[in-house]
Design a protein around this ligand. Structure first.
Ligand SMILES: [Zn+2]
Length: 95
């Protein structure tokens, strides 16, 4: 993806980096939304098992941040443990 910037010049590293980060965030957001829709831990497992640890952590953490029920939190926690990555399960379900 290329990004031209009116503020910093035709090609700008700063805004290019920012655009990549924004794109990454959007990717994670959409992935997690789809998981929440399907609500299937095996789908999450299938889609994350071949990723590197950093990506696993990022995606599982993003999912943990949005799930609200204890069962899903436990499943994500167990999956993270299985993969050997560290995620923080937020306390207190908003029910
Ligand atoms: Zn710029």
């Amino acid at each position: 993806m290329t990004h031209s910037c009116t503020e910093h010049g035709h090609y700008c590293h700063i805004c290019h980096e920012e655009a990549l980060i924004a794109e990454r965030k959007q990717f994670v957001k959409e992935r997690v939304e789809m998981w929440m829709w399907n609500n299937d831990i095996f789908e999450i497992y299938d889609e994350t098992r071949d990723l590197d640890d950093e990506e696993k952590e990022e995606l599982l953490q993003a999912a943990a941040d949005v799930v609200t029920d204890e069962a899903s939190k436990n499943q994500l926690s167990n999956l993270a443990f299985h993969f050997g990555v560290m995620i923080i399960i937020p306390e207190g379900a908003k029910t």
